[in-house]
Design a protein around this ligand. Structure first.
Ligand SMILES: NC(=O)c1ccc[n+]([C@@H]2O[C@H](COP(=O)([O-])OP(=O)(O)OC[C@H]3O[C@@H](n4cnc5c(N)ncnc54)[C@H](O)[C@@H]3O)[C@@H](O)[C@H]2O)c1
Length: 439
């Protein structure tokens, strides 16, 4: 049987390297579609959890993972030699920035080296980690060339960006359209067949990995730029005493040419604040300076300080200094209804507040503990006594579940809502209660 036939008949053994927010849901979908899947990770704890059928990623249905682990359809290992037992491998490892905001491809390189070491003929390798255009052909392909493979003839190599949106209840891995671009037409054909065998969504083929890599960067650059526009609008509207939330709601009534984006305390997560800088780095190699990306990044990066500045003014109006005040951050995850703290702007607001001498507590129903500067800080319960003892609450994450916004409003002396979640959840009409202020 050819590899293509094995993929179509779902008899190909699939390996997923990196069992995080992207890899675990992908491994589960592939196993649910009928493939036998082996997950690979360097963290033994995650591997053990998968083998015990214990879920640790919000978007995975725990019962599905447990059933797949029990049936043996999905297993996990830290033993990279078992990559050699796979016909298809998807690489889903982190792609962070280093401290100079330059791409850190070390995870991609080390996992791809492991794959190349154990690769065999008639194998499909797909990189899913977000990265700069050129990575698949310039970084991965030489490893397989060096190992003696002929790409497109006896080993198939492609890039397919992952679009998972953690916490999104409507679009999951299974029903989100996929883009694929292979190093040769045969590589693309094999990668397309793989995702068509798994997804209930169209698979769109582009002419090479570069177009697929750039597609993902365009999608996330679109987000960083539009978030910056919304944030800049919020700052200007405040100065002009205009209600930015009303303006965005009104603009969104236009049925064409406008997609609403909303302000907030900054932009977080492993994608939006990071991925566009992969392009910035790559563009430098062709003497291009990505002005829009860096300006957008600067505007978003300024938001935590802006939020603290707003709070300082609000406290000043009430005759209180920020120094020595007691502030509760409501929500520390980078976005609503998930537990992911990576690049969370709430943590930057926290830093700013502490630098100015405020005492900071947090409440987050999704994050019971936060590790900061070597300490493990627990979430506090927002009971009436605590709320009354505060100087202010800042809503930093728009969690829509498990949070009693009415209690916050009834007991806290001041609530600065950077996400406009309180009035939205409680259906409050203008004018808002005197202790509620929106960004
Ligand atoms: N999280 C998202 O919402 C999202 C969305 C779309 C795309 N992406 C992209 O997907 C990629 C993965 O992101 P993530 O959020 O799943 O990261 P993650 O940190 O949640 O998971 C990555 C996993 O890879 C493992 N790993 C690291 N090096 C390894 C190696 N050499 N061999 C095996 N396993 C290794 C880590 O232990 C970890 O479990 C990134 O490029 C990211 O930009 C993420």
């Amino acid at each position: 049987m050819t590899l293509y036939e094995k993929i179509q008949s779902k008899t190909a053994a699939v390996g997923v390297v990196g069992l995080g927010y992207v890899g675990l849901p992908l491994a589960v979908e592939k196993a649910k579609a009928g493939f036998t899947v082996i997950g690979f990770d360097v963290q033994a704890e995650k591997v053990d959890q998968v083998n015990r059928g214990e879920n640790y990623i919000g978007d995975v249905v725990p019962e599905e993972l447990s059933a797949l682990a029990t049936s043996g359809r999905l297993s996990a290992t830290t033993d990279m030699a078992r990559l050699g037992a796979c016909d298809v491998i998807a690489i889903c490892v982190p792609t962070p920035l280093d401290r100079f905001k330059q791409p850190d491809l070390s995870f991609v390189e080390s996992s791809a080296r492991a794959v190349a070491r154990h690769a065999h003929k008639n194998m499909l390798v797909v990189l899913e980690s977000t990265t700069y255009p050129g990575t698949t052909e310039e970084v991965l392909k030489p490893l397989f060339d060096k190992a003696g493979f002929s790409i497109g003839t006896d080993l198939y190599l492609a890039f397919s960006p992952e679009r998972v949106d953690p916490g999104n209840l409507r679009f999951k891995t299974k029903n989100t359209p996929k883009v694929v671009g292979g190093c040769t037409p045969e590589c693309t054909r094999h990668a397309k067949a793989l995702y068509e065998a798994v997804l209930e969504a169209p698979v769109f083929a582009v002419s090479s990995p570069k177009e697929a890599e750039m597609t993902k960067i365009l999608e996330n650059t679109y987000r960083i730029v539009n978030c910056a526009l919304a944030n800049e609008m919020a700052v200007i509207c405040d100065k002009l005493s205009i209600n930015v939330w009303e303006v965005i709601a009104a603009a969104a009534t236009k049925p064409f040419g406008f997609v609403p984006f909303y302000p907030g305390p900054g932009v977080g997560g492993h994608c939006i604040p990071i991925d566009p800088y992969y392009l910035t780095w790559k563009a430098r190699a062709v003497d291009y300076h990505t002005r829009l990306i860096e300006l957008a990044g600067d505007i978003n990066d300024d938001m935590p300080a802006y939020v603290v500045h707003r709070l300082q003014d609000l406290l000043n109006d009430r005759g209180k200094p920020l120094k020595g005040s007691r502030i509760l951050l409501c929500g520390v995850a980078y976005k609503g209804d998930i537990e992911d703290l990576r690049e969370s702007p709430a943590l930057k607001v926290w830093d700013e507040l502490e630098q100015k001498g405020a005492g900071v507590f947090f409440h987050d129903p999704y994050c019971p503990l936060v590790k900061r500067h070597g300490a493990r800080i627990p979430s506090v319960a927002p009971d009436p006594d605590l709320l009354q003892s505060l100087d202010a609450v800042i809503i930093t994450t728009a969690h829509t579940n498990n949070l009693d916004y009415r209690a916050l409003l009834d007991h806290a002396p001041l609530v600065l809502d950077t996400k406009n979640i309180v009035s939205a959840k409680l259906g409050l009409a203008m004018p808002l209660p005197g202790n509620l202020v929106r960004l």
